[in-house]
Write a protein of this length. Structure first.
Length: 524
């Protein structure tokens, strides 16, 4: 098969955006810190079944991303780059699979625009640059549904078997939800298409599929259950699945509509055209089953997390490729038919939002004492409103293709600027970047009540937490060279232990908390 130049251009853009300065930012985020450190402790303990973080059983997630990180650590060493490497690979796979999927069922131009929608979304690229299980879940979810469509429509059982294999990997990535969501999507699609019959169900090869999924998933879940005497099973399935759905965790709650707001934010700027795109696709629901399937796949995810008690921006990311597969063909249709007048409201809203973006970013950065020094960098975001205004000019001249292309170029450029310049600059103002070298000196390190999780990753071994100042004092008597960590809005430990002196402090990024490092005062 010969691929057009657009395929290789999309591949190049995906690789650049996903890998540019991949390790330039510290693992300052809680999720990244814990998920990056767990495989380090697996490596140190030579225990590749039971995950631990900071010496404590970690029941948050199954092991797929741990194993990917372990492989990367063995090849490239323990670093943020290695921790994120296979996440970025997942991103490349999703984007290129989206191109192939769209090209086959909607044409090269639809594939081109669908991928530009994803590449222009900072949040899409951001998710695939994180050392978390989400990139693996997204990849397995999206690819499994692509395989379903190909296997079901073309009656190719090898694609259905691949789908079941991806179900298994998705379960190993994030638990039952990994298979439940795509299965629900398939069932909903068959029901709405009135194809829910015994004959069609047989076409899905359920028995062989169940065996494939079971062979992939059951061994690890059984082994971790036995080795932890059920503790991991209880913690994961009860606390992190059932309770997370019923009750908001860690304060991540919100109204039903919040999930829809997340989608608009996550796919910006092309999400501005989402309502119009969905309306266009809805009119073709009977004549274009492929578009309808993409709509069902996206809606299933959004609806499930709309009713979930816990709401996070990353939860709806698996819907992005399917929404892009609606927006992309709509853009191509608009270009082909030069349907300009009806989209003026979207262009006006987009112009207003993009013009407001640089000053809003500047004001936010200037309001944070730790970020004031780099606030002028917000001017780099002016690329987006400048290109958007140019796009509107071309749109007014009925040069629709140029208008959308310039918009995509501006969004992709801003995405590149964000990950190559702005985000690393932000990270350098945070406590983890400024203090990580101190925790890498080899000195013993303990913590008082709470500490930034990222320091465990950079220290390379568990950090013992003490809840009382007396316990800290007793430890320091035997380890006078030890460093003491504290995370709080204001330093509290020196009031109880005046023999301690603060040697470093910094504000945690995107938090009201500060991190402090103390050591014993040097005797004169």
């Amino acid at each position: 098969m010969r691929y057009p130049r657009s395929f290789f251009l999309i591949l190049l853009l995906a690789v650049v955006l996903l890998f540019i300065r991949l390790g330039a930012v510290t693992v300052f985020q809680v999720a990244e810190a814990r998920n990056s450190e767990a495989p380090v402790e697996m490596l140190v303990k030579h225990d590749y079944i039971v995950p631990y973080y900071n010496g404590v059983l970690r029941t948050d997630k199954p092991p797929l991303h741990y194993y990917a990180m372990l492989l990367a650590y063995k090849i490239g060493g323990i670093s943020p780059t290695s921790a994120r490497f296979f996440s970025a690979i997942c991103g490349v796979l999703v984007i290129m699979a989206t191109w192939l999927f769209a090209k086959k069922y909607a044409g090269v131009q639809a594939a081109w625009w669908s991928c530009l929608v994803l590449l222009g979304s900072v949040h899409t690229i951001f998710q695939f640059r994180l050392a978390t299980p989400d990139p693996f879940l997204i990849a397995c979810h999206v690819l499994s549904l692509y395989c379903f469509w190909e296997g079901y429509q073309a009656q190719k059982k090898e694609f259905l078997w691949l789908m079941y294999g991806l179900f298994g990997l998705a379960i190993l990535a994030k638990g039952p939800v990994g298979a439940a969501l795509p299965i629900m999507t398939i069932a909903l699609y068959l029901f709405l298409q009135k194809e829910w019959s015994l004959k069609n169900v047989r076409r899905l090869h359920l028995l062989s599929g169940f065996i494939i999924t079971a062979v992939i998933t059951i061994p690890w879940f059984y082994l971790v259950h036995v080795q932890t005497q059920g503790a991991w099973t209880n913690g994961f399935f009860i606390q992190h699945n059932i309770n997370r759905f019923k009750d908001p965790m860690d304060g991540h709650k919100g109204p039903f509509v919040l999930t829809w707001v997340f989608v608009i934010m996550g796919l910006f700027p092309f999400s501005i055209f989402l309502i119009r795109s969905v309306g266009w696709a809805w009119k073709q629901r009977k004549s274009n089953q492929w578009l309808f399937f993409n709509g069902v796949a996206a809606a299933a995810i959004i609806l499930v997390y709309s009713v979930s008690a816990t709401k996070l921006l990353n939860y709806t990311t698996p819907a992005y490729p399917f929404l892009a597969l609606i927006i992309g063909p709509f853009i191509f249709h608009t270009i082909a038919h030069k349907a300009t007048n009806r989209l003026w409201p979207e262009w006006i809203i987009l112009a207003a939002l993009t013009v407001a973006l640089p000053p809003a970013m500047y004001l936010w950065m200037h309001s944070e004492a730790a970020l004031q020094a780099i606030a002028p960098l917000s001017i780099l975001l002016a690329v987006l409103p400048v290109t958007l205004l140019a796009a509107i000019y071309f749109y007014k001249q009925w040069r629709v293709q140029q208008a959308f292309l310039i918009t995509a170029m501006g969004a992709i450029t801003v995405t590149f600027i964000f990950f190559s310049l702005l985000f690393p600059a932000l990270d350098k103002q945070g406590s983890v970047y400024q203090m990580k070298q101190l925790v890498q000196t080899g000195k013993p390190i303990i913590a008082y009540r709470n500490f930034n999780d990222a320091f465990t990753f950079y220290h390379g071994q568990p950090i013992v937490v003490f809840n009382g100042a007396d316990s800290i004092a007793a430890y320091l008597e035997n380890h006078p060279d030890a460093l003491v960590l504290e995370r709080a809005s204001l330093p509290a430990l020196p009031d109880s232990l005046p023999q301690l002196v603060m040697i470093a402090s910094g504000k945690d990024l995107f938090s009201r908390q500060h991190s402090f490092i103390y050591q014993l005062k040097q005797s004169k």
